[in-house]
Design a protein around this ligand. Structure first.
Ligand SMILES: [Zn+2]
Length: 445
């Protein structure tokens, strides 16, 4: 374990912040370090250039008749700001209180490293792997995997896979191994409302022309009924209903009960679509959220102005089988219908990603459940996630394989935030799980 931690700490010391151009060299150096590490353990690794940060592909020697396993991860990290809130420097990892502290320790260097070291141990013990393994590690996950999709399309042939394993999600609580099998999709838009050609005196003109700020507020309010149901016509048309086993399993899962949501968020009361629990609302029901709104005077004291324009930003989390383009069409039609008299509306479409779902009780899902159970000594729970990882659906469409989401992050791992940390027990459990997964998957062939 000491040698493993040395490797892990070296990996963590690279400030591979993909969004910051001044760190482009560090991202590359981190990718090169990983390439070298993978070559050292007996794989054939190569960094591939893209228009952005490089993609790393590594393989053992593939043999006919073996199962093709692809393991995806990312070696880039989020920025560290606000850096003054860190208890220890973000790129000087330390082991303290049973956790490894540092940027990327959980997301995603620690989870990625657990697989790398698992593979290393397996090769050391057995000489070779029981599957055809391909590691696919990118350096742009935190900035939207922009160049990975074209890379997948042009390099399909070198990325054979029957099944994909991804450890970039969460475990619901300590000691509860978790298999993720669904993700929400997303689509975004921005609404700009204009009225008069310039800001007006609210006494001289107020009452005679429409106020864009009022109009945007009315449009925001039109999205939901008072009980929390989304009021956009046809919004729920393609929503696949929850299955009974999911509702039963989720009802007893620690971490996503109403009280957990209250504890984590500090909200005074849970709220959402009637007839669903918090976990169901988070993992299997779609949302419409206003992410920002602006218009009129925001400074100190009052200013009697009738603003010339106002805006709001929206995002919609989608579930199977909703499609982003279809939802955006319906939202557009909704806003057009609910545009108040006397203003003009412009709608700008933002980014989107499809929802993802795969059967957790498929033969691959069952194999993953067995590996999780043996590695962590407890029966795994199966969940979907509220967040979106569009690349998982992209890999399904381009490479033709489902992903097993074997999350090792815990709710207090502080990913993307100051004091990011990774539990040593999950690092060790992950190294074991990765090896058990190889055997379980190989046995299917
Ligand atoms: Zn992340």
């Amino acid at each position: 374990m000491n040698k493993h931690l040395e490797d892990f700490f070296e990996f963590l010391r690279f400030p591979s912040v993909s969004t910051a151009s001044e760190h482009a060299g560090d991202v590359r150096a981190c990718g090169e370090w990983l390439e070298n590490k993978l070559n050292t353990i007996g794989l054939e690794a190569e960094l591939h250039e893209t228009l952005g940060h490089p993609v790393l592909v590594a393989k053992n020697q593939h043999k006919e008749g073996k199962l093709n396993l692809l393991i995806y991860g990312h070696y880039d990290v989020q920025p560290v700001d606000p850096v003054e809130l860190w208890d220890t420097p973000p790129f000087e990892p330390v082991l303290k209180d049973g956790r490894i502290w540092g940027r990327g320790s959980t997301d995603n260097k620690g989870q990625l490293m657990a697989h790398v070291l698992g593979i290393q141990e397996y090769i050391e013990k057995n000489g070779e792997l029981p599957v055809n393994l391909t590691f696919l590690f990118e350096g742009e996950e935190e900035i939207g995997s922009k160049h990975l999709v074209p890379f997948l399309e042009t390099h399909k042939d070198m990325l054979p896979c029957d099944i994909i394993a991804v450890s970039d999600t969460g475990m619901v609580s300590r000691g509860t191994p978790t298999l993720g099998y669904g993700l929400r999709g997303i689509c975004c838009c921005e609404v700009k409302v204009t009225g008069p050609s310039g800001d007006l005196h609210s006494g001289v003109f107020g009452g005679a022309v429409a106020n864009p700020a009022t109009a945007v507020a009315q449009m925001i309010a039109s999205l939901h009924k008072l009980d929390g149901t989304i009021a956009v016509e046809g919004f729920y048309d393609d929503v696949a209903p929850l299955e009974q086993w999911e509702r039963e399993m989720w009802a007893s899962i620690p971490g996503a009960a109403d009280q957990d949501v209250l504890d984590t968020t500090g909200s005074p009361e849970v709220f959402g679509e009637p007839g669903y629990s918090s976990s169901e609302r988070l993992w299997a029901r779609p949302t419409a959220e206003v992410n920002g709104m602006a218009g009129g005077y925001q400074g100190e004291g009052s200013k009697t102005v009738l603003p010339a324009e106002a805006m709001a930003k929206f995002s919609f989390r989608l579930v199977p089988d909703q499609k982003p383009e279809d939802i955006l069409e319906k939202v557009k039609a909704h806003f057009e219908k609910h545009t108040p008299v006397g203003v003009k509306v412009e709608i700008e479409i933002g980014h989107s990603g499809k929802p993802y779902y795969s059967d957790p009780n498929s033969e691959y899902g069952k194999a993953a459940q067995r590996a999780l159970e043996k590695a962590f000594g407890a029966e795994p729970v199966m969940i979907r996630e509220g967040g979106s990882i569009p690349i998982i659906q992209d890999m399904k469409e381009i490479l033709g394989a489902d992903s097993l989401m074997l999350g090792l992050a815990l709710p207090d791992c502080q990913i993307h935030a100051p004091n990011e940390n990774f539990y040593l027990e999950n690092f060790e459990g992950g190294i074991k799980m990765s090896q058990l997964l190889l055997d379980e998957l190989a046995a299917l062939k």
